[in-house]
Design a binder for this molecule. Structure first.
Ligand SMILES: [Zn+2]
Ligand SMILES: [Zn+2]
Length: 389
């Protein structure tokens, strides 16, 4: 038997705050975004979320403390189908959404209410999860993409009812159409009534006597559908999009689940992302550093012409204003920070060696310390930005 306190690694006397903290840490550790394609991490994520969802609620927690898992099953959240991945993701987003997802948080609150409603109801379709790879350039501009997704759609032959043409679903004989079963249990603590979705009809309140031949009574058939996803600019791999009500239909006319799109921003070897800023390296020769130059540097959108000021030092940073990434849901666009690296040649031609020997005989001695960011306002700003000042 699973112990919810053990799953979260907290004592039975843990405060709500301790429970929340322990859950957050475990959920982040096992979050599917950080453990792609790991069934084990997904299972752990579900387990800790299920435990958290019970222990965070005073009423459910006291039922759990007295009656164990049986005391909380069927009381909202964990329905007949159990606790699935999308439930877990939604709970995580609801309580910690600020750092992860960014859409439809209010909807999630509303939906929690709808799901705990008592009585007969159609079951909701499963949520579908998929990954969407994005390039850095797509992150910069935002992008609309068409995704092919395998879903369950209402069966046309029976109009989604699951009943053979000419017949109709009938009220469930077990629960009389109420959709739930009540069991009275006597314990040393007194009487305890548990309410569970009806096992015959799964809580729907109706059953199909002559199943539709095409969908075998499920009311749904498998189809591949194309859905359009609009990714706003500035996202990271920590974000996901929830396309509410665009997932699989529920059985026999149940509402649709969601499509959860996990964003996967591909690494771009040319850039390191620092918030909305992009950092790139610019190797230059000693001649370019000493005399200055104009060069093209790659940007996320293409290239930009950059002036290398004469006397630039290795490690100095040239700031290309507004050529970074947009902030998510913000109006500001970050900068590209071009870090200059002076390249020392290792294989010299005779001619180069001769010129460099001549230079060495007349060049100034290097100072004890190289001072950068001394030039003017522009340079001091660059220095501030790079040292995080
Ligand atoms: Zn059918
Ligand atoms: Zn029933």
């Amino acid at each position: 038997m699973a112990d919810y306190y053990e799953r979260l690694g907290v004592p039975r006397s843990a405060t709500p705050d301790e429970i929340k903290k322990a859950y957050r840490q475990l959920a982040l550790q096992h979050h599917p975004d950080r453990n792609p394609d790991s069934a084990e991490a997904e299972a752990r994520f579900k387990e800790v979320t299920e435990a958290y969802e019970t222990l965070r609620d005073d009423e459910k927690r006291s039922l759990y403390d007295r009656f164990g898992e049986q005391g909380v099953k069927g009381r909202g959240g964990a329905g007949r189908g159990g606790f699935d991945f999308s439930d877990a993701i939604e709970i995580f987003m609801r309580d910690f959404g600020g750092g992860g997802g960014f859409s439809g948080l209010e909807d999630l609150f509303g939906m929690g209410g709808a799901r705990t409603r008592r009585g007969a109801q159609s079951r909701k379709g499963q949520s579908t999860r998929m990954r969407l790879p994005l390039t850095l350039r797509e992150v910069a501009t935002g992008v609309k993409k068409a995704l092919r997704v395998a879903l369950l759609e209402p069966c046309e032959a029976c109009d989604g009812t699951g009943a053979e043409a000419g017949t109709e679903p009938v009220p469930c004989p077990t629960c009389g159409g109420a959709g739930e079963e009540r069991h009275v249990q006597n314990s040393v603590f007194g009487q305890f009534v548990s309410v569970q979705p009806c096992r015959t009809c799964g809580g729907e309140g109706r059953v199909v006597e002559s199943p539709c031949q095409k969908c075998r009574g499920d009311g749904r058939v498998r189809v591949e559908r194309e859905i359009e996803v609009e990714v706003p600019p500035g996202v990271t791999s920590e974000n996901f999009l929830t396309l509410r009500g665009q997932g699989s239909a529920g059985p026999r006319g149940g509402p649709r689940g969601d499509v959860v799109v996990l964003l996967d921003v591909e690494e771009d070897p040319r850039f390191t992302r620092q918030g909305a800023d992009l950092v790139s390296q610019l190797p230059i020769t000693f001649g370019q550093a000493a005399l200055g130059d104009e060069v093209d540097v790659p940007t996320v959108d293409g290239t930009a012409r950059v002036t290398i000021p004469a006397g630039v030092q290795s490690g100095e940073v040239l700031r290309l204003k507004g050529l970074g990434l947009p902030e998510l849901n913000g109006r500001v666009r970050g900068d590209q920070l071009v870090r200059v690296q002076v390249w020392t040649p290792q294989d010299l031609s005779d001619e180069q060696e001769e010129a460099l020997r001549a230079l060495r005989s007349i060049e100034s001695i290097a100072p004890d310390r190289i001072r950068t960011g001394r030039r003017n306002g522009f340079w001091s700003k660059v220095k501030e930005a790079f040292t995080g000042g």
